[in-house]
Design a protein around this ligand. Structure first.
Ligand SMILES: [Zn+2]
Length: 373
């Protein structure tokens, strides 16, 4: 599918491959990191059914993905949609992304990211990450013969450090914000390094949107009424909105689900912005909490897009606490998921009065407890 990318600040449109680092709006950056102002542009015709092929991994949807010469699938995707028994009106499902090749949804975006790096004729890619993305990138880059560098906070788990240490080059930073800034300045100083910053990379997000396509197919060609998504940098949230918007534009669904973002109280710029209706200015929290369970953040590089999506879908921003999430973990109901992926369950309890009896609710379980490269 012919895909271009548009800068929403100045209106400029680019064809693949393009180097986004060269196109900057410094007033729209925090610490050298751009607040996502990129949008994918492509034409979708009305159709009576989704055209799904027999290709492996995300490429079964290749008619709706950007065109590249090479493909680097490791058979990501095709994850289960599991009905969940709980005391909620309506029918609740878990989209279990833990069965992806490295155990998280990030894998879905990697084949297209690798293809983009090859198209751009670079041999090294760098990203900032708290672990799951670093693990995913490392595996896919290795397969594609691309060197990888990951910028991670010192606070990531020992298990993740152990997995990464022999597999990739690691740069440790004090916290994730520093990793973000460090990665951007490193890529700007090193011409041969491709900046793979996932939150704003359109190729990557186009891979992630396949979660929405799969949910649609698994619900017998329909959309759920609600989708609940843990939200850190917000790439997955934005990508799944793109996926459901595609289905809507093609006339395959009549409405887009209500989107629910989940963040940790005290490190929740989206909830703060949503509740105070700060749509013109980005929220930057002074002292984000140290959370033991969920990623805490002072800001969000998809801030404006996410607030838009919440408004457009009549969505809700929900914050949860460490105590609430740990209480749920103790119930051992969902052993395959890592603790940060369970925020969706807690969030659902908080909005349960708004869920109707015939509603379908999908909680996205973003990553598994077990990591692998
Ligand atoms: Zn621009």
């Amino acid at each position: 599918m012919k895909t271009s990318i548009k800068c929403e600040v100045c209106g400029e449109v680019y064809e693949y491959p393009f180097n986004l680092d060269k196109h900057r709006h410094i007033e729209q950056e925090i610490g050298g990191v751009p607040i996502n102002y990129w949008n994918a542009k492509y034409i979708l015709e009305k159709q009576s059914k989704l055209d799904v092929g027999l290709d492996k991994g995300i490429y079964k949807y290749k008619n709706y993905l950007p065109d590249y010469d090479e493909n680097f699938t490791l058979e990501e995707g095709n994850t289960a949609l599991i009905p969940i028994n709980c005391d909620i009106n309506g029918t609740v499902y878990l989209k279990d992304e833990s069965s992806n090749p490295t155990g998280s949804f990030k894998d879905r975006g990697m084949p297209l990211l690798m293809s983009e790096i090859k198209a751009y004729k670079k041999n090294t890619v760098a990203i900032p990450s708290t672990g799951n993305a670093a693990i995913s990138l490392t595996k896919y880059a290795k397969q594609a013969n691309i060197n990888s560098i990951v910028f991670v906070p010192e606070t990531i788990t020992e298990e993740k450090k152990e997995l990464l240490k022999d597999a990739t080059s690691i740069m440790y930073d004090e916290d994730l914000v520093e990793s973000f800034e460090h990665c951007f300045s490193y890529c700007r100083d090193n011409e041969n390094v491709f900046n793979g910053f996932l939150s704003t990379n359109i190729s990557y997000l186009m891979g992630i949107k396949t979660i929405a396509y799969e949910i649609y197919e698994q619900l017998n060609n329909s959309a759920p009424d609600w989708i609940i998504i843990p939200c850190a940098s917000g790439g997955s949230f934005v990508a799944q909105y793109i996926g459901f918007s595609d289905l809507y534009r093609m006339g395959l669904i009549k409405k887009i689900p209500r989107f629910v973002s989940v963040q940790i109280a005290g490190g929740d710029p989206i909830t703060v912005g949503y509740e105070s209706k700060m749509t013109k200015e980005i929220v930057l929290l002074d002292n984000p909490v140290d959370s033991e369970t969920v990623l805490s953040s002072d800001t969000c590089f998809n801030y404006f897009k996410i607030l838009d999506i919440l408004e457009l879908t009549n969505g809700i921003a929900v914050s949860i606490t460490d105590e609430e999430i740990k209480k749920l973990k103790n119930k051992k109901q969902y052993p395959q998921l890592e603790i940060s992926s369970m925020g969706g369950y807690v969030a659902m309890q908080k909005i349960k009065d708004m869920i109707n009896e015939d509603d379908k609710v999908v909680i996205v379980g973003t990553a598994g407890e077990k990591k692998k490269i």
